[in-house]
Design a binder for this molecule. Structure first.
Ligand SMILES: C[S@@+](CC[C@H](N)C(=O)[O-])C[C@H]1O[C@@H](n2cnc3c(N)ncnc32)[C@H](O)[C@@H]1O
Length: 266
């Protein structure tokens, strides 16, 4: 069967790369991204905040909490602002994304000097496929005390898929494992033109976005236990000043809700 031409249709992952100022995107991605930016001019700085927080998560999980296995779902491109650049070189980082064009690009990006960072094609809705992939099984070599990361993807997942993935990871993981979770779009203003327009725009690309309340996310996350201090809005995340966002940027994010994030443990 012929492979789909990746340059024919926008990809959420490559659009995200464009928001972040990256070069791993096609004209079709740039055009779609520009339409989203028209509706939500703050999106590039919002993406910057989200990616910065992910680096902060990488430091927390590895250098502060001591996990030496990080398994990241829906990673997007593993550019130099991603997990393995912030984790000690000895950390095993398993990235994944369901978009084959993203997986293709990672061959250029993941340099030979990152031997402990790996990238696999995988659907975050079916973590069993990634975790039972024979290459992943070999890399993990029986290690199940892990830090999972679900960052920047929850809005793309239905309740059913999210519930399944979270329960599967909980059952698979050894006690003491951790989950860094970004409750995208939580408590956003669904009626704002920015949100409803964006949902409509992604729909035309064949991508459904699911916006939900933080309480709803908390229900879906059971039986994972939320660590203190609970969910924190990304614009109040520890060290956020270093991102260099203006008060105007932060005020503009309001319709998106807090993009609340937190750590959960088994
Ligand atoms: C907004 S980017 C987030 C990238 C990265 N996690 C971050 O926070 O910086 C969303 C990524 O999720 C991927 N994605 C969406 N749904 C997915 C799914 N069900 N399984 C795996 N990847 C998915 C897209 O291909 C895209 O690369």
């Amino acid at each position: 069967m012929p492979q789909d031409d990746p340059a024919a249709k926008p990809s959420a992952g490559r659009m995200y790369d464009y928001y972040l100022g990256g070069t791993h995107n096609f004209e079709v991605d740039r055009q779609a991204a520009e339409q989203v930016i028209k509706l939500m001019p703050f999106i590039p700085s919002f993406a910057r905040l989200q990616r910065w927080a992910l680096q902060n998560v990488a430091v927390e999980l590895t250098q502060k909490r001591g996990y030496d296995v990080v398994i990241d779902f829906a990673s997007g491109l593993p550019t130099n602002d991603h997990i393995h650049h912030r984790a000690p070189a000895s950390t095993t980082v398993i990235y994944s994304d369901f978009d084959p064009s993203i997986v293709e690009y990672t061959r250029e990006i993941l340099a030979a000097d990152s031997p402990n960072a790996h990238f696999f094609q995988g659907d975050a809705s079916k973590p069993e496929e990634l975790l039972n992939n024979p290459d992943v099984v070999k890399i993990l070599n029986g290690r199940r005390k892990a830090a999972f990361v679900l960052w920047g993807v929850s809005i793309f997942m239905s309740d059913e898929d999210l519930k399944h993935a979270l329960q599967y990871l909980y059952d698979w993981a050894a006690p003491g494992s951790c989950l860094a979770f970004n409750a995208q779009g939580s408590d956003g203003d669904k009626d704002s033109d920015a949100i409803s327009g964006t949902i409509e725009m992604y729909k035309r690309m064949g991508v459904t976005l699911y916006s939900r309340s933080l309480d709803h996310y908390k229900e879906l996350l059971k039986p994972w236990t939320l660590d203190e201090p609970g969910f924190t809005a990304l614009y109040e995340w520890d060290g956020v000043e270093s991102v260099g966002l203006t008060a105007e940027d932060l005020a503009a994010f309001k319709p998106m809700g807090g993009n609340y994030s937190g750590y959960l443990t088994k």
